[in-house]
Design a protein. Structure first.
Length: 187
């Protein structure tokens, strides 16, 4: 673990103990990485999109501070929690936009296209979220693997460490989950 990761982990431990200043310092250190994460999660890169990357990062930070999340184990774990917060914000935002719409539907992009080609197009966040929720009812760990791999952009080794499973287990779960989600979103 490098010095930056060690410093972030130490600050997260302090923040888990209720030290708000430590969480603020973590935010300052990882801000650029959170912006990259938010950029990957935003449903497309349309210039008229109402929820910009910076706003998503700031809303996620508020959610992290306001929540009772404690016991961050590492930098990777923090990013996993941040990814989950961003996913939740995007889903809420998509629901709100959907209720405001009059007429036409947005173009849906299959998850396999997004996963395999990392196409930056307008994903139907609600469909992906609903499919992930169904997957979570079948196998909660596979849902977590998708969140950590796809939404947080973590590697298999970091995902395995957070979930407390082997690297091979994460690879199998990731392969299964992608195939399952492709089928769900295609149908």
């Amino acid at each position: 673990m490098d010095n930056a990761s060690t410093q972030v982990t130490q600050l997260l431990n302090q923040a888990s103990g209720g030290d708000r200043e430590s969480l603020d310092r973590v935010f300052a250190i990882v801000y650029d990485e959170l912006k990259q994460l938010a950029h990957r999660q935003r449903p497309g890169q349309l210039s008229d999109h109402a929820l910009q990357t910076t706003a998503l990062v700031h809303e996620a930070y508020v959610k992290l501070v306001d929540s009772a999340v404690a016991g961050w184990e590492s930098r990777a774990h923090f990013f996993g929690v941040a990814a989950k917060a961003m996913r939740s914000i995007l889903v809420d935002h998509a629901r709100a936009r959907k209720t405001q719409k009059r007429g036409g539907e947005r173009e849906r992009v299959p998850l396999d296209e997004a996963l395999d080609q990392l196409v930056e197009r307008d994903l139907d966040v609600l469909s992906v979220n609903e499919a992930l929720a169904r997957l979570g009812k079948i196998d909660a760990r596979k849902e977590q693997v998708v969140e950590l791999r796809f939404f947080a952009g973590l590697e298999n080794k970091d995902t395995a460490a957070i979930l407390g499973v082997s690297h091979d287990t994460v690879e199998r779960d990731w392969t299964f989950a992608r195939a399952w989600l492709r089928r769900e979103l295609a149908g």
